[in-house]
Design a protein around this ligand. Sequence first.
Ligand SMILES: NC(=O)c1ccc[n+]([C@@H]2O[C@H](COP(=O)([O-])OP(=O)(O)OC[C@H]3O[C@@H](n4cnc5c(N)ncnc54)[C@H](O)[C@@H]3O)[C@@H](O)[C@H]2O)c1
Length: 315
Amino acid sequence: MAEVSVFTHDAVLGAIPPSEAIERVRHGFVEHASGQWEMPPKTYLQAQPAGDFRAMPAKGGGIAILKWVTSFPGNPGAGLPVVMGAIFVSSLDKGELLAVVDVRAVTALRTGAVAAVAAQELAREDAASVGIVGCGLHGTWAARCLADAEYGPGVCFDPDPDAAGRLAGELGWEAGALDDALACDVVTCVTPGAEPVIRASDVRPGVHLNMLGADGPGKAEADADAVAACELFCDEWEQASHGGELTGAVEAGLVERANVTELGYVLTGAAGGRSGPRAATLFDSTGLAIQDLAICLGVLEAERDGRLRPETVRL
Ligand SMILES: NC(=O)c1ccc[n+]([C@@H]2O[C@H](COP(=O)([O-])OP(=O)(O)OC[C@H]3O[C@@H](n4cnc5c(N)ncnc54)[C@H](O)[C@@H]3O)[C@@H](O)[C@H]2O)c1
């Protein structure tokens, strides 16, 4: 067995800046929508009441990956992250295992990056201010990537004032109330999805909503009427309609397939984006393996360029 490179959390974050993550994730959506990259459906393995495991394969760009990752919401209480696991990277031509990559760093980068890509494509052209609702790990990366894409300043809201204050302090933004965050041009929700934070009355003309927190069955950050009041976009219909922000509105009969556009098709130009400056747009991110693949390609390139020197193991 050949040597396998092991990329740690800090090595990945040190090698891929937000600007590169944004461009790579954008590229991944384009490749997938053009039929160049392939992604079978995500598989959930329930481990309730603790959480669930997800197995997420994808191939493209000369590699195949399998992401094996948790969402265990109660873990922080035990001093553990919600998201843990690894991404296994193999060569597409020979099937050799090339690398094992820390899942938290890749997930943080690709989740933050898609918030910026969706805002660039779907928000009003003059959109600037950012409202972050939920300033934990992935809310922080979404804010970092939006700031890197020159959105801001923003308002950070979290029931934990330390979380909101930390993020606001890092980016030079403000910590504020939920209503202040919801009044911004690009509202990005990254809560655990246990209760809606957006009602239909919060949906204002011209707003863009990035909904990142509801990434599995039973989670929602907006109520069904709020979802139905928006022009709808998602990362992938199957996931979004069964385990995403759209699910409640689909189940209530308020939204159907024809009402929702996948982001990749907007990026390739095969579908239109927002209809005009007064539309309210909503992007439902459930998290795709093509996003992880895009970041893993960056990690391998950093290794080839000598910017990243991983440890190796022989299995
Ligand atoms: N779409 C994706 O690709 C993707 C990727 C990773 C994680 N997620 C999901 O995002 C969610 C957040 O994950 P995380 O790792 O950032 O968790 P986290 O625990 O680090 O952060 C969650 C934050 O939300 C705050 N919060 C809780 N209730 C709130 C409310 N009503 N209003 C505002 N803030 C509230 C918490 O105080 C906490 O700071 C989870 O549901 C996770 O599964 C989605």
